[in-house]
Design a protein around this ligand. Structure first.
Ligand code: FES
Length: 141
């Protein structure tokens, strides 16, 4: 595997918790790899499974969905909807030859900038070990 391989991670993050944690990580000058592209959503419950599949098909090596801890969702149960969708996606992805570890769901609260930085570091490390998804190259559109 090429040593210079840098995975791309698309992160759908909830405005109220994980986006704020990512902001806190930045203002706290915590370092984490620049491989992540944040997409701010009002709630993880708004992340349509199609967004995840589209991201993977269009070149993302991994997708992170991250929002409020259970009980803290500003829309009451959006994060539980996200959890059910991720469970189903993890069952479906391997049927398309996609390793289920390329999708991750986490709860990272607004004050948990350290956890956000750690999560990104872990994901980048895991994806480097797993290698490129190669899905985009396999797609014949
Ligand atoms: S508002 Fe954060 S997960 Fe719903």
């Amino acid at each position: 595997m090429a040593e210079d391989y840098e995975p791309t991670i698309i992160a759908f993050v909830c405005n109220w918790c994980t986006y704020t944690a990512a902001d806190l990580a930045g203002t706290s000058r915590l370092t984490y790899p620049p491989n992540v592209r944040l997409i701010r959503m009002m709630c993880t419950g708004m992340v349509d499974p199609k967004y995840v599949i589209k991201a993977l098909l269009e070149g993302a090596d991994a997708v992170l969905i991250s929002g409020c801890h259970p009980g803290d969702c500003h829309y009451i149960n959006g994060n539980f909807k996200a959890r059910r969708r991720v469970k189903l996606l993890k069952e479906i992805l391997p049927r398309f030859g996609i390793d289920e570890s390329r999708l991750r769901l986490t709860w990272i609260g607004a004050s948990e900038g350290v956890d956000f930085a750690r999560t990104i570091k872990e994901m980048v490390s895991e994806m480097k070990a797993l290698g490129p998804s190669g899905l985009k190259e396999q797609m014949v559109l």
